[in-house]
Design a protein around this ligand. Structure first.
Ligand code: COA
Length: 392
């Protein structure tokens, strides 16, 4: 039997070809986004993500992912009105979040919140595209409020109700940090940096969490189950959980003067360094330059030179030793730290964005469904008989 990994790309006759980790497998078509690693390009519905970051709001990008086209002014105004009206949580969800242990990971709270919202949806689930988009819009509106509530209750602070006059990004920063002079919600540069991170995190073809959502959808299960499963997949440190672990690493190193030694030790001992490497991009992640530029501006505004210095040293050592480049989580980790978010909430921030991409993929999967069910090659015990029990 031949097991294909990154290192083995050949097979021999009469043996099943195993693509471990589905390495290099093209599982289906998608019209949502395109990743071209050779040219470091990522497009959403044909538009380069860098241009979307430059010219669009997160809401416009969500609309694009769900509808295939950027909204007109009227369409955007309607979309915003509809979405903003859904921001307030019902008392049941507020109580639920407050009841959950504040020792559990915030991703567990978010997963539970999505599951709860599924139980409260009065509409019987259908695979109708409009119904799934309504679920997506509801979650896009509600999850930021739930995450803000979770952050504040863990800090022992009062809940801040959503402000329906603010954009998605600004409202979330406002619910977490208030509207004081020092709040990122009051700083247009900070709001835009956060918004760009949301656009960059919104969608990335058949990554592990999106594929999870498509596998669940392919059984004709409901969208809440697919989204709950996707959150579970995103939590892992090899996927979305990496942005949290990047910051834990940087906080552990603490001083840029120690960064080279730390990296050398990690690589000598074959430890994974979070925030580096990618299954698809092997010569750099297309999203990094935009986020890295935002990190540098945030560092200037918030006296965060130390993190940028550490970033550069770590990236330099990694490149010199292995040629492996940073992925999006490497700049977004310290950027979220400079915005003031607690480290364990970095991956929930990723969810707030990716729920838009997941929803687009759930719709696409239903529109042209085939049960996703791969085969396995058995390598366990030979067939045998169950031993007779004494007395039988
Ligand atoms: N730190 C150290 N070594 C790394 C590495 C990292 N972050 N990423 C890859 N490598 C090494 C692998 O150990 C492997 O070494 P080997 O050939 O000696 O076994 C080699 O580089 C090739 O890795 P590859 O098989 O191409 O990676 P993959 O496609 O299986 O895995 C990731 C991709 C993302 C899972 C992997 O790079 C990783 O674990 N990164 C850290 C977690 C992370 O940042 N995740 C977010 C991804 S967006």
């Amino acid at each position: 039997m031949t097991v294909m990994t990154s290192a083995t790309k050949h097979t021999t006759t009469n043996e099943p070809e195993i693509r471990k980790g589905l390495y290099g497998v093209i599982a289906d078509y998608t019209a949502v986004s395109k990743v071209v690693p050779e040219t470091n390009s990522l497009t959403y519905r044909g538009y380069p993500v860098q241009e979307l970051c430059e010219h669009c709001s997160f809401e416009e990008v969500a609309y694009l992912l769900w509808n295939g086209e950027l909204p007109t002014e009227t369409e955007l105004a309607d979309f915003n009105r509809e979405g903003r009206a859904l921001r307030a949580l019902d008392q049941g969800l507020v109580d639920l979040v407050r009841t959950l242990p504040d020792t559990c990971h915030p991703m567990d709270v978010l997963r539970t919140a999505v599951s709860y919202l599924g139980t409260k949806d009065p509409e019987p689930f259908t695979t109708d595209t409009e119904h799934i988009r309504r679920i997506g819009l509801h979650l896009m509106a509600q999850l930021p409020t739930a995450v803000a509530l979770d952050i504040r209750r863990r800090r022992g602070e009062e809940f801040v109700e959503p402000d329906l006059d603010r954009s998605f990004a600004e409202n979330f920063l406002y619910m977490v940090f208030g509207d004081g002079e020092d709040s990122p919600a009051s700083n247009p540069g900070d709001v835009r940096a956060f918004e760009k991170s949301l656009i960059l995190y919104a969608e990335h073809s058949f990554n592990a969490s999106t594929f999870t959502s498509r596998v669940i959808t392919s059984t004709r299960s409901d969208a809440y189950s697919a989204l709950t499963g996707a959150i579970g997949a995103l939590k892992g440190p090899l996927h979305g959980g990496a942005n949290e672990f990047v910051m834990h690493t940087m906080l552990e190193i603490d001083d840029p003067a120690r960064a080279e030694e730390w990296m050398t030790d990690a690589l000598d001992n074959k430890r994974l360094v979070m925030g580096f490497g990618h299954r698809v991009y092997k010569s750099g992640d297309s999203r990094v330059p935009t986020m890295e530029a935002e990190l540098r501006s945030l560092a200037e505004r918030h006296d965060g030179g130390k993190w940028v210095e550490m970033y550069d040293i770590m990236a330099g050592v990694m490149d010199g030793r292995t040629g492996i480049k940073p992925n999006l989580d490497f700049p977004s980790g310290p950027a979220y730290h400079l915005l003031g978010f607690p480290v364990e909430f970095f991956t929930p921030l990723f969810v707030l964005a990716r729920v838009t991409g997941w929803t687009a993929h759930i719709v696409e999967q239903y529109e042209n469904n085939s049960l996703i069910r791969p085969l396995s090659a058995y390598n366990g015990a030979e067939q045998r008989s169950v031993p007779a029990k004494s007395g039988s």
